[in-house]
Design a protein around this ligand. Structure first.
Ligand SMILES: Nc1ncnc2c1ncn2[C@@H]1O[C@H](COP(=O)(O)OP(=O)(O)OP(=O)(O)O)[C@@H](O)[C@H]1O
Ligand SMILES: [Zn+2]
Ligand SMILES: [Zn+2]
Length: 853
């Protein structure tokens, strides 16, 4: 049998299956999705079996055998192998990178170089054959070999040269082992006797000097279930050795058992029962249930205002799905994956839920993943990568807050979880439910414009503007399920817009408007709570000289350094460079060098100054860095230990606290003026989301939004809770400028340490790209007409023109219809690579970029 294996080597040239012989004894074990260690180019590397073949592509003599099967159960499944192939084709990453993204970090095996004494050193003994090696080293290897090369050199640092010489001459032998970063945790567990009657008889017959053993055995007979040895010793008061002695006599058995590290162990989740649905919820639920019933793939957009009870619809849909014998995946943005959120799912489905997110330890993540793979749970909830949960029969994939840009992974593989979910649903005949109060324009277009376009087309009007929508890599159209009202019948809170220019004109120089100050004072008097959002997107707290205008920038990146008040350090958020805050201006020597901007730390300080005695919980990257910090802060706020929850984006999502009656937005427009075509969309979404935190229960809420752009349509629409109005304006602008959802984007970024070389390479790259597009007959203006079309923008300097000492230029492709954008970019990159003078140019691809930097 011949297996086709994709090896984990990060190079495009090797990103294809290679043939290996499957040893006969392994035939029954190796499947598509198995992880194996194979010899490759003189090394041992890890790889995945992607298929089998009857005949090898190489001559039988050169066919090497698979070295080792790394797991008893394949970590990947055939559908995931195919999904990875689709990701590679769609997003321009390697197949192996896509597969690696699907398995837990704990399984990312690393090949370790191992050294031992050669069996046949070519001389009577090793010392003679390798004069440089010390006797101590040889003795050590005799005793412990094979050992890791690194360990050997740590122990005998002076013999590095001699070791490498001995390896070359074959006196020492080298091998490789793929080692996982983590193994299953095993725990010694005591099992009750198999023959109970015999054990009871034995206990009765114990001689008097063995009273302890007798009592310990009786204890275990009473327990009559497997118990971890350590716990048994603690609870019974008998030492572990007593139980071991009983095991030696064959009265009990002690075995090492795989243990799950359950991050939620010991926590109680209050069980909840399904609520009677409102009419709108029931209608949405019915459509999802029907689609589940049909067993055909479907996508649905559940557009429900904040507090409309989307979660209850998810819960009941999941219940329906698992009742039919299938499994469900719930994706939630990382920062919204709070204990509150987990509790809602655990409360309904208990231990049938696996939770997968990055705040868990490596081991915890691995154990949760194994629960899914082994079929011990039927629901998986997690951030972006939970879309790869290795379930066998998926019925439902829910994407909550589907508009969140964090569903797009920013590093390779640069996939969008929404499109990966739609593709996976296609494989399984599953239903994808996209939920949001403020759907992305792409999903809106799929639900509201694409069906109209299809209708127009079948009516012979293929040229209408709607015919040009192009929602995403896999999402083409979706059914629209609206929830227009809050579930508990409460009104959405009134939103007050405060023009900060008028505040200044009236002599108020603080960061709190009179309106917000007054509202906050009221909450303090009434003992109610407030959420304050500092919109920090696009905002930096930077250091500037008031005398000469010097700003502190990163020496490696063309970007301002961010000031961290507590530590007095300036830091680059792109490359990690850090330096101390200057005492005087490095350019002119003036002492008037200050930091600018409104960081959360400064808002916190001003709050203490303006409202003496106020209790504030601050939630931002600095206070939530450690494990569990996020959870602690939120539960403290839930216990009313603070009056104000102040934070960045993190406070906008999913929180549901009954005493929150005021929401304030400190600087609504910092995100409006970013050089990003989604700036208005992001601002509208953020304000709407955070406004939705107010007055969700018995007490009515209100919202105060401070801005310098009170007339901007995104702010105006957010004030009226008017998603449709916002979208109408926004679509007009997107259509005019040809941006998604009226086309798709692919971004190629080129970088090089020297600017002139880069500029030249970028020009040649763009020309190659244009040539490739023209010969495919695609180079056509997007405006007017329909069908496949493509335009190039650039080359031009990237918004961050230098990063980590490399200059950066970009070429943007705008296209619609059936276009293999990643393939065109690869083709152009190959043309450039064939040209020697291109040297050290690096090219990266981002298809459907969310952030253009
Ligand atoms: N059918 C129902 N009957 C009674 N209460 C309900 C019902 N559905 C939801 N609720 C309650 O309404 C509140 C809001 O629901 P939920 O948090 O699910 O809304 P949401 O749409 O997810 O909101 P957001 O987008 O703001 O996070 C919750 O307290 C929930 O328990
Ligand atoms: Zn200066
Ligand atoms: Zn930097």
């Amino acid at each position: 049998m011949i297996a086709r294996v994709v090896v984990d080597v990060a190079a495009r040239q090797t990103d294809r299956p290679f043939d290996y012989r499957v040893p006969e004894e392994a035939e029954a074990w190796i499947e598509v999705g198995s992880r194996v260690a194979v010899p490759f180019g003189g090394r041992t590397v890890q790889g995945f079996v992607v298929g089998f073949a009857q005949e090898a592509e190489v001559e039988p003599g050169r066919l090497k055998p698979i070295g080792e099967l790394l797991d008893p159960t394949p970590p990947l499944r055939p559908d995931l192998i195919e999904l990875a192939r689709w990701m590679a084709d769609t997003y321009g990453c390697t197949w192996t990178a896509a597969m690696q993204a699907m398995i837990p970090a704990a399984l990312k095996g690393k090949a370790e170089r191992m050294v031992s004494l050669a069996q046949n050193p070519g001389a009577a003994d090793h010392a003679e054959a390798a004069p440089g090696l010390s006797d101590a080293l040889i003795a050590w290897l005799k005793r412990y070999g094979p050992v890791k090369l690194t360990t050997l050199l740590e122990r005998f640092p002076d013999e590095a040269q001699a070791v490498s010489g001995a390896l070359r001459r074959g006196v020492l032998a080298e091998s490789a082992q793929v080692r996982d970063r983590l193994s299953v945790k095993k725990i010694l567990t005591v099992f009750p006797p198999e023959d109970r009657a015999a054990a009871e008889a034995a206990a009765a017959a114990f001689p008097a000097r063995l009273t302890k053993q007798r009592q310990a055995l009786l204890h275990m007979l009473e327990r009559n279930e497997p118990v971890p040895l350590r716990r048994l010793a603690e609870e019974s008061g008998f030492s572990e050795s007593i139980f071991r002695a009983l095991a030696d006599k064959g009265l009990l058995s002690i075995e090492a058992v795989e243990e799950d590290r359950d991050p939620y162990a010991g926590r109680r989740f209050t069980p909840t029962r399904p609520l009677p649905l409102t009419d709108a919820q029931a209608a949405a639920y019915r459509r999802i249930a029907e689609a589940l019933e049909s067993g055909k793939p479907a996508a649905m957009l559940l557009q429900g205002v904040t507090g409309s009870g989307k979660t209850e619809v998810y819960l009941q849909a999941i219940e329906r799905c698992i009742a039919s014998g299938r499994q469900a995946i719930v994706l939630v943005p990382e920062i919204a994956l709070t204990p509150q959120m987990v509790e809602r799912f655990k409360g309904r489905f208990g231990s049938d839920v696996a939770v997968m997110h990055s705040r868990l330890s490596l081991g915890e993540r691995y154990d949760e993943w194994r629960k899914v793979r082994d079929g011990r749970v039927r629901v998986a909830i997690g951030a972006r990568s939970a879309v790869f949960a290795p379930f066998e029969r998926i019925g439902l994939i829910i994407i909550d807050e589907e508009h969140e840009s964090s569903y797009k992974q920013e590093e390779s593989p640069k996939y969008h979880a929404r499109d990966a979910a739609v593709h996976r649903a296609g494989q399984h005949g599953a239903v994808v439910v996209l939920g949001s109060a403020t759907p992305s324009l792409e999903s809106f277009a799929a639900a509201r414009l694409a069906p109209a376009a299809a209708a127009a087309e079948s009516g012979g009007q293929a040229d209408g503007p709607a015919a040009r929508v192009c929602p995403g890599a896999a999402l083409r159209s979706a059914e629209w399920l609206p929830l227009p009202e809050r579930a508990l019948g409460l009104p959405l809170p009134p939103v007050d817009i405060v023009d900060m220019r008028e505040e200044l004109a009236a002599g108020n120089r603080t960061m709190f408007s009179r309106r917000l100050r007054e509202a906050l004072t009221q909450r303090l008097e009434r003992g109610e709570q407030t959420v304050l959002l500092l919109n920090r997107r696009g905002y930096s707290t930077f250091v500037m000289c008031r005398s000469c205008g010097y700003t502190a920038g990163c020496p490696h990146c063309e970007i301002a350094l961010t000031y961290h008040q507590r530590s007095g350090v300036l830091r680059c958020h792109y490359c990690g460079h850090a330096e101390r805050q200057p005492e005087e201006c490095p350019a002119c020597g003036s002492p008037h060098i200050r930091y600018f901007g409104t960081g959360t730390e400064r808002v916190e300080e001003e709050l203490y100054r303006a409202f003496p005695g106020i209790r504030v919980i601050r939630m931002d990257v600095d206070t939530t860095g450690t494990k569990g910090a996020h959870e602690k802060l939120l539960s403290a706020f839930g216990r009313r230990e603070a009056d104000v929850l102040l934070g960045t984006q993190m406070v906008a999502k999913g929180l549901d606290f009954p005493l929150v009656t005021l929401v304030g937005v400190i600087a609504a427009d910092t995100s409006l003026h970013l050089p990003d075509f989604r700036a208005a969309e992001r601002t509208f979404q953020l304000i709407t989301q955070v406004a939705g935190r107010a007055g969700r229960h018995d007490l009515p809420g209100e919202v105060v939004v401070q801005t310098y752009s009170p007339d901007h349509y995104a702010i105006r629409a957010a004030q009226r809770h008017d998603y449709d109005g916002f979208v109408r304006e926004e679509l007009r602008a997107r259509r005019l400028l040809s941006y998604p959802p009226f086309c798709r984007l692919a971004l190629a970024t080129l970088s090089h340490p020297e600017l002139p070389k880069l500029a030249e390479a970028a020009e040649r790259f763009a020309a190659a790209l244009r040539g490739a597009a023209a010969s495919a007959g695609l180079l056509k203006p997007l405006a007017g007409g329909s069908g496949a079309a493509l335009e190039l923008v650039g080359p031009a300097a990237s918004p961050i023109p230098r990063l980590k000492d490399r200059y950066r230029w970009q070429v943007m492709i705008k296209y619609r219809g059936i276009v293999d954008a990643a393939g065109l970019i690869r083709q152009a990159a190959e043309t450039l690579a064939g040209d020697r003078s291109a040297g050290d140019v690096q090219i990266s691809v981002d298809v459907d970029p969310q952030v253009i930097l």
